[in-house]
Design a protein around this ligand. Structure first.
Ligand SMILES: Cc1cc2nc3c(=O)[nH]c(=O)nc-3n(C[C@H](O)[C@H](O)[C@H](O)COP(=O)(O)O)c2cc1C
Length: 146
């Protein structure tokens, strides 16, 4: 089965509270599980970065739905490419809200998220975007805002 991953950044329509983030995660888990789509969603400074991985048709269908979602705008695709294996197969969608504390403990990544995910900065470093998603996925609980 040919796997791809797709990484994008977007801007939240407004600052989202835990309840709003919970709703996004609940529908992600509901749709992604049967489609065998896995991934990680980061939220920082009113912006999102997400990686989706799975079969191309399933990832593309999911991304088409996500792009239409009015809860965010300026959806900017960073990468869409074949991958040999999944990096986020522990759950259908992991989640982490990044804070100033994460900027302090991850100074190498801080410029990429401390003022929100900037498409130009992240787009110039797609490898780093994936590395950051993997790093922040470690030790996270499935599908619960933190
Ligand atoms: C930042 C963000 C990430 C999302 N991630 C996913 C996802 O991984 N999978 C998914 O099915 N829906 C995701 N959604 C939700 C979809 O855009 C859409 O609202 C949902 O799939 C509709 O299904 P529902 O009406 O059954 O809740 C996301 C939405 C936002 C704003």
């Amino acid at each position: 089965m040919a796997l791809i991953h797709l990484i994008y950044v977007s801007t939240a329509f407004k600052e989202l509270d835990t309840t709003a983030l919970d709703q996004i995660l609940a529908s992600s888990v509901r749709h992604n599980t049967p489609q065998q789509v896995t991934g990680m969603l980061l939220y920082a400074g009113g912006s999102f970065m997400q990686v989706l991985e799975g079969e191309a048709a399933a990832v593309d269908e999911t991304f088409t739905r996500i792009k239409r979602d009015p809860r965010h705008t300026d959806v900017f695709e960073i990468a869409r490419e074949p991958v040999d294996e999944r990096h986020f197969d522990r759950w259908s969608m992991g989640f982490k809200r990044l804070s100033a504390g994460d900027a302090a403990t991850h100074p190498g990544y801080a410029p990429f998220f401390e003022h929100g995910f900037d498409p130009a900065t992240i787009g110039a470093h797609p490898g780093l975007a994936l590395e950051m998603l993997i790093d922040f996925s470690l030790n996270q609980s499935p599908g619960r805002p933190s």
